[in-house]
Design a protein around this ligand. Structure first.
Ligand code: ATP
Length: 371
């Protein structure tokens, strides 16, 4: 962060990646700047960085050390999407610099909000299914993903194992409990639930025990524990009962896609990967090679991830203007969809990337600065 006269400037590492990544990140950058310009007092300096499958094909590495260091030095990282199904390392693994960033920058909390957008497609018939507002926190540096690239492969068997530490679990649960508290102050019920499989695996009995130990320091939070299978059921049966869910890496990977479906689809679901110092903000979707280059990509998830970046900068650097711009961006998305006229191609409509961006831009220009 730098201050010049009375303007605060943050440095942003812009990592477009592959497929639809560049198509959604570049217009999002313009919308972020538009929202900040309306609020005033804060500006962003972007450095575009090359990483992903195309980079791997061209250079032999998915993310160079130089690029990693530049990303690590920025105030925040805005990431499009990376990886292509036919570009793999010799052991058959897809290129995923975003996963490397999570491990190397210790981005232990994968924050996946599931918030219904008025006027957007909602898959559940129950009207409560279009008024969802909960957050799934996916642990992102431990769990089954510790085995990534290290699985033991024999002739007739493979072995990949979970790894969960006390320190990793404590920081994860503290993050989730603090988020539950912050949400409660804004009117949410204050229910934080640990999602695990503790009746079957010792790893999760350990995980759950630490959750309740940490929750004891948050008396205002209603701390609960759910089995992951029951949670999968309730994500379809009654997701409106959730407030904050916190879970292991692999379980979170799966449940967060179900969360994206509850928001209408992959193009609607934003995410943030947060550590003690760094934050990467990226839509939940992948590179969608089937629609890349056609102007069909829904940029909403990317735009909402940009709003999460502004919110995080505002919160962690104590810069109120960033929070106001984040709120403006989010309300602009809601207002654009609320007209009922936006029908993304993703849901069988005709609204491509440009139209969605244009309508959100119109709302940023016309909405009042605070709700
Ligand atoms: P990854 O493994 O990298 O998460 P994936 O293979 O699971 O990726 P995605 O790239 O997310 O899958 O795509 C899944 C489906 O959703 C594809 O049919 C894709 O076209 C669609 N999709 C994903 N993102 C968007 C978007 N922003 N707009 C429209 N459709 C999308």
């Amino acid at each position: 962060m730098q201050s010049k006269a009375d303007e605060i400037r943050f440095s942003i590492a812009l990592m477009p990646g592959d497929g639809i990544g560049p198509e959604v990140i570049h217009p999002t950058r313009k919308l972020i700047d538009q929202a900040l310009a309306r609020v005033g007092g804060v500006a962003l300096d972007y450095q575009e960085l090359d990483a992903g499958a195309e980079c791997y094909k061209r250079t032999g590495v998915a993310m160079s050390e130089e690029v990693f260091q530049a990303a690590a030095a920025a105030d925040a990282i805005l990431f499009g999407a990376a990886g292509l199904p036919d570009v793999r390392t010799p052991d058959g693994i897809e290129i995923a610099p975003q996963v490397d960033l999570r491990f190397r920058l210790e981005l232990f909390a994968g924050v996946r909000p599931v918030r219904s957008i008025p006027g957007a497609s909602a898959p559940l018939a129950d009207p409560r299914g279009s008024q969802l507002d909960f957050v799934l926190i996916r642990e992102s540096t431990e769990g089954l993903f510790v085995s990534r690239g290290k699985g033991e492969v024999g002739e007739d068997y493979v072995r990949e194992t979970w790894e969960i530490t006390r320190a990793g679990s404590e920081r994860l649960f503290d993050f989730a409990l603090k988020l539950g508290r912050r949400r409660k102050q804004k009117g949410s019920p204050g229910i934080v639930a640990c999602v695990d499989k503790s009746g079957v695996f010792r790893a999760f009995a350990f995980f759950r025990k630490i959750f309740f130990e940490r929750a004891a320091a948050f008396p205002e939070i209603d701390a609960r524990a759910f089995n992951v299978d029951a949670t999968a059921l309730d994500m379809i049966r009654q997701p409106w009962t959730f407030d904050v869910l916190v879970t292991e890496n692999q379980f979170g990977d799966i449940l967060s896609d179900a969360g994206a479906a509850l928001m209408g689809g992959m193009g609607m679901a934003p995410s943030a990967d947060i550590g003690l110092k760094h934050g990467v903000f990226q839509p939940c979707h992948g590179t969608a090679p089937d629609i890349a280059g056609m102007g069909k990509a829904n940029p909403t998830a990317m735009i909402l991830s940009g709003a999460m970046m502004l919110d995080w900068l505002g919160e962690t650097r104590d810069v109120a203007a960033c929070g106001v711009a984040a709120d403006l961006l989010e309300r602009a998305v809601d207002a654009a969809f609320a007209t009922g006229e936006l029908k993304p191609v993703e849901f069988g409509g005709a609204s491509g990337t440009d139209e969605i961006v244009r309508r959100v831009a119109e709302k940023i220009a016309s909405l009042p600065l605070s709700a």
